[in-house]
Design a protein around this ligand. Structure first.
Ligand code: 13P
Ligand code: ZN
Length: 219
């Protein structure tokens, strides 16, 4: 590899995507070749995980490079949900990274018949409110369906995270670290929600939520 390529600023981001992907996969937060990760670049393009890649075994050099218009420039063929990521970024100029997983408890919630489509998980803990907030449900689409982009477009301006019905979460963050933290918080709160179903848990009050939003504003 030439010195120019070795020192390319994208390389740090490529390594980060592979490191976080492995961490998520190793902890069972997504299985097989499910899930995808993207990071927005300064020139308006993106790095995205390749389609059918295992997040636990990403080769940084083969991560897909897309132009600002979504054209595949380099690396392996990008995720079939690149348009979904791009739709979310278009609504969220403040977001620098997006993580989509098939994390078990979040997927379980996405399959429940009686979830509130405007907000699938109640405000059980402070960190859930701080990192995720309200979580709308996106109606079921086949993976890779361009209709997913349209469905997300209407929601992503107001929400940094959405839950795809019978599928899984898509979570945006200021940085890749922030998107990963929010995805982890969502998964843990989905687990708590399932543990507490039928127990009539005490949720945070509107005042407690307002205090958190004042003290720890989400991007
Ligand atoms: O989770 C996935 C589809 O919903 C994975 O798809 P890709 O392998 O194309 O990224
Ligand atoms: Zn998926």
């Amino acid at each position: 590899m030439s010195e120019v390529l070795r020192n390319h600023p994208h390389n740090v981001l490529r390594e980060q995507i592979a490191t976080y992907g492995k961490s998520l996969f190793d902890r069972g937060l997504t299985m097989g070749s499910s899930g995808n990760i993207s990071v927005r670049l300064e020139d308006g393009g993106w790095l995205m995980t390749p389609t059918n890649a295992c997040l636990g075994r990403l080769d940084p050099a083969r991560i897909s490079l897309l132009s600002a218009s979504g054209e595949w420039l380099d690396g392996d063929k990008p995720t079939k949900e690149s348009f979904l990521h791009m739709a979310m970024y278009a609504e969220r100029p403040q977001s620098g990274a997006i993580v989509h997983l098939h994390s078990t408890h979040s997927v379980a919630v996405s399959c429940l018949p009686d979830v509130d489509h405007h907000d699938c998980i109640p405000p059980l803990t402070a960190y859930y409110v701080m990192r995720v907030g309200k979580l709308p449900l996106v109606p079921y689409h086949i993976p890779g369906d361009p209709g997913l982009g349209d469905a997300v477009r209407g929601l992503a301006g107001k929400h940094s995270a959405v839950l795809l019905a019978n599928h899984g979460p898509v979570v945006a963050g200021k940085s890749l670290e922030a998107a990963v933290y929010a995805t982890e918080e969502l998964e843990e709160t989905a687990k708590l929600y399932l543990l507490l179903r039928g127990e009539n848990p005490r949720c945070l009050t509107a005042e407690q939520i307002a205090e958190l939003e004042r003290t720890f504003p989400r991007d």
